[in-house]
Design a protein around this ligand. Structure first.
Ligand code: SF4
Ligand code: SF4
Length: 440
């Protein structure tokens, strides 16, 4: 690796805590007896079931589809029988409509053969992504076929691939890069073909030297004149994986406030989404399973697992030997942007990156106090916002006035709260301010 790139403003370096799983190969978890597939897995309209109770379904069969608005279909992760169309515990809502499948343990898993894609029209490639249910699996779950159709008045010249994986603990993308670099690089070529461009920059943090090497070597060994794919090494800094910070780190271009990456000629895709795009186009395999990290000192056997969508956390816990007595908190997602959950009944969705089982010494339980106006939160904010002012206005019941401090530019990375010596719940203040400002 040569010079390490990064974004210029703010950011933090929390303990990486990746050593529990970074060297652990992706393990295929056996399919549990039941799968609960939540019908709302992405931004946009939830799917409506396209199957009825008691229907037999095959692996990869469509079981739900969007009837209006933005969205993609949902596929059965395994062969089985529809047990129920009801509701499940949702990671963010109290519960959500879902389909429960009793898995047929006798059914042989499907095998997908590679198909040639280079003669396929870009519009048809986009259709394949939609049909395969591909969404951005590294973030909020934006349908990929929509994200790869930028507005015609913002011409795109560069694909930036987010391989930073800057959240502590999570190593799922890291393992995908080490073990599936060929599929990822080919997935990047599919994206470039769809966008009609040749430039691709992949940003990898320097704490993953074997991932950097695997991607660099694969890109060099499979070089083609139509595609210019370059892997760039990044400093280890949080939140390097957020779109605006990553774009600035790898291209030097600054996305203006409230604008999309296409405003500076860029489209960003997560590295594991590139793998899902390969699966959808080259293998014609729908997105119904994903690699997640299960980590923390509160689980018996931390691991990187390939799991079917709809696998319940309780099944993962059983498979990994149970929880340890020191468990204090379960977090879905990373410790910075994830959220605590209290039920093991929650099923894995397309956007689940990790499940963390944290012990007392891995979490911060100190009570919060008054702001001492130290300014550390301003220094840490990568967007140059004033989190302390937002917090003070929310406490004074003037949340609707926080727009002038750029509250809607905050993407809730938690850097400000992490450095605050008074342990103020600055992200919660921001969320409250956004809710109240929207109601104004
Ligand atoms: S949570 Fe928002 S205000 Fe706090 S550091 Fe991140 S972007 Fe800035
Ligand atoms: S870091 Fe905390 S205590 Fe310091 S100014 Fe910000 S909110 Fe106040």
């Amino acid at each position: 690796m040569t010079t390490l790139l990064t974004f210029p403003k703010g950011g933090i370096h929390p303990p990486e805590s990746k050593e529990l799983t970074a060297a652990k190969k992706i393990e295929v978890m056996p399919v549990p007896a039941e799968l609960e597939i939540i019908l709302s897995q992405h931004i946009g309209a939830p799917c409506k079931p396209t199957v009825e109770k008691k229907a037999e379904v095959g692996e990869g069969a469509v079981i739900g589809d969007v009837v209006k608005g933005l969205g993609v279909p949902l596929h059965s992760p395994a062969a089985g029988k529809i047990k129920a169309i009801s509701s499940s515990v949702h990671p963010l809502k109290l519960n959500a409509p879902s389909i429960t499948i009793t898995v047929n343990p006798e059914a042989a898993p499907l095998h997908y053969e590679k198909k040639e894609w280079r003669d396929i029209d870009p519009k048809e490639l986009l259709g394949k992504l939609k049909d395969a249910g591909v969404i951005g699996i590294g973030g909020a779950g934006f349908p990929t076929h929509v994200k790869l159709s930028p507005p015609s008045n913002s011409p795109v010249d560069t694909l930036v691939v987010n391989a930073a994986e800057c959240e502590p603990y999570i190593t799922a993308d890291h393992r995908q890069m080490v073990e599936h670099s060929a599929e990822i690089i080919e997935g990047c070529k599919v994206i470039l073909r769809i966008l009609g461009i040749s430039n691709c920059l992949i940003g990898v943090e320097s704490n993953k030297p074997n991932a950097f090497q695997a991607l660099s070597e694969t890109a060099a060994n499979t070089a083609e004149s139509d595609f210019k794919i370059e892997v760039r090494a990044l400093q280890v800094k949080y939140p390097q994986g957020s779109e605006k910070q990553l774009i600035q780190a790898v291209t030097g271009r600054k996305v203006p406030g409230y604008a999309l990456p296409s405003a500076v000629g860029v489209v960003v895709q997560n590295v594991s989404t590139a793998k899902a795009i390969y699966d959808a186009v080259v293998l014609e395999k729908p997105l119904y399973e994903k690699v997640i990290t299960v980590s923390g000192k509160g689980i018996q056997r931390p691991a990187n697992l390939l799991v079917k969508m709809g696998t319940r956390i309780s099944d993962i816990v059983d498979y990994l030997g149970g929880i340890k007595p020191e468990l204090k908190k379960i977090v879905l997602g990373g410790p910075m942007m994830g959220f605590a959950v209290s039920s093991l009944d929650i099923p894995i969705t397309k956007t689940t990156s990790s499940v963390l089982f944290l012990s007392e010494d891995e979490i911060d339980t100190a009570p919060h106090s008054q702001c001492i106006r130290c300014g550390w939160c301003l220094e840490a904010c990568p967007m140059g916002l004033e989190p302390k002012e937002i917090g003070l206005f929310v406490e004074a019941n003037h949340a609707e006035e926080t727009e002038r401090f750029g509250v809607f530019e905050c993407f809730e990375c938690g850097s400000c709260a992490y450095v605050c010596p008074a342990k103020r719940p600055l992200v919660q203040f921001v969320r409250l301010a956004k809710m109240k400002a929207k109601r104004k």
